[in-house]
Design a protein around this ligand. Structure first.
Ligand code: NAD
Ligand code: MG
Ligand code: MG
Length: 330
C-alpha cells in the first residue's frame, strides 16, 4: 500500500471525548460532524452567526448553539465548516482572536491552508479530517452503523500529539469504521479539487448531459434518454462500488461489455486526458483557487449563471417528472 490506513484499534477515543469541540457552520458537513461527534459521546457546541437559519435545526437535534466567537473561545478544538470562500473572514474576525496556545484548528478541506488564505499562529495545531463523501452520506452512514472513510492530515503539530488528535476526531465522526487514510494538506487539496472537477461532479454531469442531448437531438424521447443515460448510472456505479469493474462487467451483457471497450476510449480520448492534465495543472499552480475566489468576490456571478443553466436544462425537467412517479423517492 502506498498509503497508511488506520482503523478503530488505532484510535484513542478518549482524546476527542476530553476536548471541547466547536463545529463552526451547520451545513452539509457541519451537521454531520456535529451530530456524529455528539452521538460518539463528545462535548460539541455549534458556532453560528447571529440569525442563522440553521440555529433552530441544530437546537432541535439536541445540540448546543452559540455565536462563533463564544464557541471558539470556549473550545479547544475548532472545526471550520463554513463555505471555503467565507473561511478567511470568519477566521480573522471570529476565530483568530480566541485561539489559545495548544488549541487545535481543524478543517475538512485543505483549500485555505494550502493556498495561504488562512495562516494560523505557530502555537496551535492545524489538522484536517476530510470525509471522502457528501455530508448527508457522512451522517446517514453513521446512523446505519457504517462510516465514510476520512483523510487525516497535519500541517502544524504544536502539541506533539496532533496526529493522535486527528485520528481520534476521525473516530468520532465515524471514519474509523471504514478506514482513515493519512495524507498531506497539499495532497488532499489538489486531489479533492481534481476529483470533483474532472470526474465526480464536472465530468459526471457533463457525461450524462452529453449522452442525454445526443439521444434527444437524434429524435429519441427525453424520458427514454433519461432512463438510459441518467437513471441507470447509479446501478452501474453501485456494482462497481460494491464489487469492482470486473463484477459490473460480469453483470452486464457481453454486448454491453464489448461496447464498453469499443466506445469508452472514443469518448474519453486523448483530448479529454489532455484537458484533465490542464485542469490538474491549474489546481497545482493556484490559478483555479484565484479564479474561484475572484468569482466569490464578484457575488458568485459565474457560479450562479451556470447553476441557473443546469437547473433550466431539459434533463432536469425530465428527471423531476420521472422521479415524481417513483414511490420510493420524494
Ligand atoms: P455548506 O455550504 O453546506 O454549509 C456552510 C454553513 O456555514 C452554513 O450552513 C451555515 O451554517 C454557515 N455559514 C454560511 N454562511 C456563513 C457566514 N457568512 N458566516 C458564518 N457562517 C456561515 O458548506 P459545506 O459544503 O459543508 O463545506 C464546509 C467545508 O467542508 C468546506 O471546507 C468544504 O470544502 C468541506 N467539505 C465539504 C463536503 C461536502 O459534502 N459538502 C465534503 C468534504 C469537504
Ligand atoms: Mg471530495
Ligand atoms: Mg471538495
Amino acid at each position: 500500500m502506498a498509503v497508511t490506513i488506520y482503523y478503530e484499534e488505532d484510535c484513542n477515543p478518549e482524546i476527542i471525548k476530553n476536548k471541547k469541540i466547536a463545529v463552526i457552520g451547520y451545513g452539509s458537513q457541519g451537521h454531520a460532524h456535529a451530530l456524529n461527534l455528539k452521538d460518539s459521546g463528545c462535548d460539541v457546541r455549534v458556532g453560528l452567526r447571529p440569525g442563522s437559519k440553521s440555529a433552530d435545526l441544530a437546537r432541535e437535534a439536541g445540540l448546543k448553539v452559540m455565536d462563533i466567537p463564544a464557541a471558539a473561545e470556549e473550545a479547544d478544538l475548532i472545526m471550520m465548516l463554513v463555505p471555503d470562500e467565507l473561511q478567511p473572514s470568519v477566521y480573522e474576525d471570529s476565530i483568530a482572536p480566541h485561539l489559545k496556545p495548544g488549541d487545535t484548528l481543524a478543517f475538512a478541506h485543505g483549500f485555505n491552508i494550502h493556498y495561504g488564505y488562512i495562516t494560523p499562529p505557530d502555537d496551535v495545531n492545524v489538522i484536517m479530517c476530510a470525509p471522502k463523501g457528501p455530508g448527508h452520506i457522512v451522517r446517514r452512514q453513521y446512523t446505519e452503523g457504517s462510516g465514510v472513510p476520512d483523510l487525516i492530515c497535519v500541517q502544524q503539530d504544536a502539541t506533539g500529539d496532533a496526529w493522535d488528535i486527528a485520528l481520534s476526531y476521525a473516530w468520532g465522526v465515524g471514519g474509523a469504521r471504514s478506514g482513515i487514510i493519512k495524507a498531506t494538506f497539499k495532497e488532499e487539496t489538489e486531489e479533492d479539487l481534481f476529483g470533483e472537477q474532472a470526474v465526480l461532479c464536472g465530468g459526471l454531469v457533463e457525461l450524462v448531459k452529453a449522452g442525454f442531448e445526443t439521444l434527444v437531438e437524434a429524435g429519441y424521447p427525453p424520458e427514454l434518454a433519461y432512463f438510459e443515460c441518467y437513471h441507470e448510472m447509479k446501478m452501474i456505479v453501485d456494482l462497481m462500488y460494491e464489487s469492482g469493474i470486473h463484477f459490473m462487467n460480469y453483470s452486464i451483457s457481453n454486448t454491453a461489455e464489448y461496447g464498453e471497450y469499443y466506445a469508452g476510449p472514443k469518448v474519453i480520448n486523448e483530448q479529454s486526458r489532455e484537458a484533465m492534465r490542464e485542469i490538474l495543472a491549474r489546481i497545482q499552480d493556484g490559478s483555479f483557487a484565484r479564479e474561484f475566489m475572484e468569482d466569490c468576490d464578484n457575488d458568485h456571478a459565474r457560479l450562479l449563471a451556470s447553476r441557473e443553466a443546469i437547473n433550466d436544462h431539459e434533463i432536469e425537467k425530465t428527471g423531476e417528472k420521472i422521479r415524481s412517479m417513483f414511490t420510493w423517492t420524494n
